[in-house]
Design a protein around this ligand. Structure first.
Ligand code: DHB
Length: 392
């Protein structure tokens, strides 16, 4: 029997609780548990699945051992319900003893988990939730996804230079939608545009028809749209059914509305839609081409969207932090996540060491048909954009 095991047995015989601090070497070779809180059922399930597939792909490609510790997932489905997300994060921290939390498909889910990360001193990697203020909800949050102000200002600058002088905004009525509405308006009006009307639609099961009728009546040059991932197809169908395209009203937005998971099913109505966003499956870099190919191979031909990239990059940030701390968790791991910069499939990114938020390129893209499939084809870029929602 080795000395460690003998000590362990003696301690148990003496009725002592053996904590990992008594056995640091053992603690560091124990698996690293990553608790992913994801929506895998309900209206936002496609996002949860994209994140999970992206995270799994990173480990499949780069190995699931870092600093001698095997990386294991504990995955729970919050169904898109904040109370569930909170309870699941708590179970993961208290019962499963996860070293890291991650996921959070919607802003309210990240906000619900924030106090658990803070109380447990557990680093938590935000892989979706794009409201600016999410990053302030816990000092243990690190964001690898995006913010809505980041993704709104690109098209706000492009539009007035391209014949769009007045706009109606139409957004989902919650954190990221309001961030998109406010940051678009601020930048668009600073460049001489006018927002005629700001419409907010329900987050769950929205019927867009009455809102689209209102847009039609206003006759703006364009409608600027933010809707969370997975909802865009329904919107596009109703946009065409109401004849807005025929009425000459252009459609612009953040790239969430033409996201890669569903874009190809949207049909001709999506052609020519201009959006700004941090990721396109058509991003022409070798890193991205390899990523898209590997993702499709591992997922029955499905195309990755920006959620998959965040799951993938989230694991990259974790693995490199573990290597830097030689397998230590907690505060040390959190600190090693801050300040990382690397080439993501989306392009160059950095986790700002002070804000813990992502700094990345925002591309201006137009939906085009390429080899018989619809893609967001990038034609311009704003480099290294910090979240404009926090006064930068
Ligand atoms: C959020 C969710 C999304 O699916 C998205 O595309 C953008 C933001 C959110 O809830 O923060």
């Amino acid at each position: 029997m080795n000395i460690r095991l003998r000590l362990h047995h003696l301690a148990i015989a003496a009725g002592l609780v053996v904590s990992s601090t008594l056995l640091p070497a053992q603690a560091q070779t124990a698996p690293v548990k990553v608790g992913l809180v994801l929506s895998l059922t309900g209206p936002f399930a496609s996002t949860g699945k994209q994140i999970e597939s992206g995270a799994r792909l990173y480990l499949a490609q780069h190995g699931d051992v870092a600093a001698g510790r095997k990386i294991e997932f504990v995955i729970k489905d919050d169904g898109g319900v904040p109370d569930q997300a909170k309870r699941m994060a708590q179970e993961m921290v208290v019962n499963d003893k996860v070293d890291v939390l991650g996921g959070f498909v919607l802003t309210p889910l990240a906000l619900a988990v924030a106090p658990i990360a803070t109380q447990g001193k557990t680093p938590a990697i935000v892989m979706s939730a794009g409201t600016s203020s999410v990053i302030d909800a816990s000092p243990y949050f690190v964001r690898v996804s995006f913010t809505l102000p980041q993704n709104s200002v690109g098209v706000a600058e492009w539009a007035p230079k391209n014949g769009i002088k007045n706009v109606v905004t139409l957004v989902s009525d919650y954190g990221p939608g309001i961030d998109a509405e406010v940051s678009f308006k601020k930048r668009f009006e600073a460049r001489g545009g006018v927002v005629k009307e700001a419409i907010r639609v329900p987050v769950r099961n929205p019927d867009f028809s009455p809102f689209l009728q209102k847009v039609r009546d206003e006759k703006p040059d364009a409608v600027f749209v933010f809707l969370p991932a997975g909802v865009g197809t329904q919107f596009m169908k109703q946009f065409a059914a109401r004849g807005l395209d025929k009425a000459g009203i252009r459609l612009i937005g953040t790239g969430d509305v033409t996201e890669d998971d569903i874009l190809n099913d949207m049909g001709d109505v999506a052609m020519g839609v201009v959006t700004s966003h941090h990721y396109s499956a058509a991003h022409p870099s070798p890193e991205n081409q390899a990523f898209v190919e590997a993702f499709k191979k591992a997922n029955g031909g499905k195309r990755p969207n920006y959620m998959a990239v965040a799951g993938y990059d989230g694991m990259r940030v974790l693995v490199h932090a573990l290597k830097a701390t030689q397998g230590k968790g907690g505060e040390a791991l959190l600190n090693a996540m801050k300040g990382q910069s690397f080439d993501s499939p989306r392009g160059p990114v950095e986790i700002d060491a002070q804000t813990r938020d992502i700094v990345q390129n925002v591309y201006i893209r137009r939906v085009e048909r390429k080899d018989g499939e619809l893609y967001n084809v990038e034609f311009d870029v704003m480099k290294a954009v910090r979240d404009p929602g926090r006064g930068n």
